[in-house]
Design a binder for this molecule. Structure first.
Ligand code: GLP
Length: 253
């Protein structure tokens, strides 16, 4: 697995944005899987800068988000749709019809899972999937569990996840109890994965995810099975990794 380490988060963000921009230039209709959370915000900022300087054009780009809170309308400030608008969509020339995010406020969540699965199936393999990691090892909203669902499904959020994500809401009670998430098979289907982790608080879970056993109790550990997953990590999040281990191809930037 390729491990790209830097002490500068800005350097990592710019590097990732350059990779995405290269992919967008090379493919006629690049398909990019997007993630939310604090981790990828800097990548989106760098991408917006590349767009503003004319270096990348989103006209033909298709995007596919990992997840959405169940029960939140698009317009809710804490919905992942609003997050994407704030950090990327409102600042670039992505076409509305090319943006795919599960709907959180719908009469039938089960139907929404079928609809989103259909969209992913039609898209085929994404070119790049951006991923962060939850403190408990979740990817998208695939929470640790005795088994994992491969395709888009409804998930009950753990109390830890609700607590960790509560700063984006006005109170813990407001954090939805459920979400719609892409399943692990859909995530692993991507041609390449840009997996990013930042900060000391992610160091323990990154050790488990990258060097521990592959287990549904740490969904991110399944990324060890992907043939083209590159980890972008700052020195703090990498502090517990055995970087000399030959499972890694390490590059310092
Ligand atoms: C969220 C998202 C994940 C994200 C994770 C970590 O709830 N569903 O896609 O990777 O939590 O977020 P952060 O980057 O803020 O640590």
């Amino acid at each position: 697995m390729e491990l790209i380490i830097s002490q500068s988060i800005k350097t990592l963000n710019d590097y990732c944005a350059e990779l995405l921009s290269k992919c967008i230039k090379e493919k006629n209709e690049a398909k990019i899987g997007l993630a939310t959370g604090n981790t990828p915000i800097g990548i989106y900022q760098s991408l917006v800068s590349l767009f503003q300087s004319g270096e990348v054009d989103f006209t033909n780009v298709r995007t596919y988000n990992l997840d959405e809170y169940l029960g939140l309308p698009k317009s809710h400030p804490s919905s992942f749709y609003s997050f994407m608008r704030r950090h990327l969509i409102d600042h670039v020339n992505l076409k509305e019809e090319h943006i795919n995010i599960p709907h959180g406020k719908i009469a039938s969540p089960e139907q929404e899972c079928i609809r989103y699965n259909h969209i992913l199936a039609q898209a085929g393999k994404l070119d790049v999937q951006i991923l962060g990691i939850g403190l408990n090892g979740h990817i998208g909203f695939n929470e640790p569990s005795a088994s994992l669902s491969p395709h888009t499904h409804i998930v009950k959020l753990t109390e830890e996840t609700r607590r960790v994500n509560s700063p984006a809401f006005s109170s813990l009670d407001e954090v939805p109890t459920h979400a719609i998430t892409m399943g692990v098979a859909s995530i692993l289907r991507s041609k390449s994965i840009l997996f990013m982790a930042l900060g000391k608080e992610k160091s323990k879970i990154m050790k488990q995810a990258l060097e521990g056993p592959v287990t549904t109790q740490c969904p991110a550990s399944l990324l060890q099975l992907h043939p083209n997953c590159t980890v972008f990590i700052d020195e703090k999040a990498a502090s517990e990794l055995d970087v000399k281990n030959n499972i890694y191809d390490v590059q310092y930037i």
